[in-house]
Ligand binder design. Sequence first.
Ligand code: GLC
Length: 555
Amino acid sequence: MTQHLATPADVPTTGTHTGWWRDAVIYQVYPRSFADGDGDGMGDLEGVRSRLPYLRDLGVDAVWLSPFYASPQADAGYDVADYRAIDPMFGSLHDADAVIREAHALGLRIIVDLVPNHSSDQHEWFQRALREGPGSPLRERYHFRPGKGADGALPPNDWESIFGGPAWTRTENPDGTPGDWYLHLFAPEQPDFNWEHPAVRDEFRSILRFWLDMGVDGFRVDVAHGLVKAAGLPDIGAHDQLKLLGNDVMPFFDQDGVHEIYRSWRKVLSEYDGERVLVAEAWTPTVDRTANYVRPDEMHQAFNFQYLGTHWDATELRTVIDASLAAMRPVGAPTTWVLSNHDVTRHATRFANPAGLGTQLREAGDRELGLRRARAATLLMLALPGSAYVYQGEELGLPDVTDLPDEVRQDPSFWRASGQDGFRDGCRVPIPWTVEGSSYGFGAGGSWLPQPATWGALSVEAQTGDPGSTLELYRSALAVRRAQPGLGAGEDIQWLDAPEGVLAFRRDGFVCTANTTGRAISVPLPGRFLLSNEPVAPGADTVELPADTTVWWAV
Ligand code: GLC
């Protein structure tokens, strides 16, 4: 292997951009499954507060909290009844304030989840819209429509819900007769807002201000691609529409009109000091369309779901890495990287299964192989320029819990046949903190989803101090990333020649090699060994890269 620079276009640009978020490692807390402060079996804000020092010591820069707002929990809190209140199950505004203040005191930023595409059906506006019946001005804030066919018994159009079934539910009029239908791209308990209505736009700017005044450092914007629907709500004309998602612009997703909303939000953020940020959860057909969300006057970051969906394969990875960097370059936004979140099978389990299986799995696969590849994939991700997202428990190498009995499952899409999701409970099982004890240290009570008997051996306590553990690998990687100039920062990488199945690239003072194959491969020594997910024994001039192993080198 001769090492040389690739094309001149790959030479790093000088870092003219600033902002803490550009190379931040952001840790996703799923509050119901992180730590339970009051022993009711459900994680809460007091649990989060008490574990902030753990996150500081792990070495992350920011914490993104999935929703903790007042909610009937039809979709685990992504159905918000009151955007300015905390659900009692998670605590109070006082607890939220404590989390924000203590995080700041520890040098951690806090990003909260904002859910603007839909509310809960228990939201005051929707309840009034139902109560007041046809003609209620509140109905204009959602999408109410008469049904088609004789007696309006058919849905207004052919759109299907992401969770399966029609995207419409019929209402009953106050007098008990069958009434209009309302749109819900997700569960029936999640009616979509009508973003053409000025009151909706005003309300969300006000909600942004409420949380900015509380001191949060930013927002992860849920379903950011969904707010605007094509005029007239046209039929799609196809069955099995979920297969079209991600391949095409749909009349309810990725409409150009969404961008005006984010431009107005950016203006709100710019009234505040301290570099507050907006992060788009935007599922779009291409990374180029994702880049539209992070133009200079819109959001700051967007999740890179194309990267999340990539197999552990050098050619595929290089293609998506290049495409991601190229898409973000013209808009000047940092690229982001993510391997796991609360909606997909954990990457330790994805990589344990044959390539080709999607992000919703029920098969445990080859656990040892999956963990080994997951550790290698994490080191690769943390070596790329930009910001990286870590989902709670991946630092413990947790697999998905693929054998949850049906009767304990809570994902609403599991209960609606043919939906896109359905197996998301497997990545939401409360995480283990201790080897033994009630719910492995999650809390003094039980745990809202059952934890496997293997959880204790994977706990924070079991892994702390064990140099071979996944937790210590994350701690070391994040410490090196902080200490090593150039890691994370910048916007480009220089690919180096490498044998088939191996990725090799150079950053400022640093080389990363990733052997994605199942066999050891010998290469010329790239530099001074820094870190790897498997033991590596560099020779004088060459080194054997073990199977499924990423190595960081100083040069
Ligand atoms: C987002 C969330 C997911 C939720 C959906 C509807 O995709 O990440 O958990 O079910 O939006 O709010």
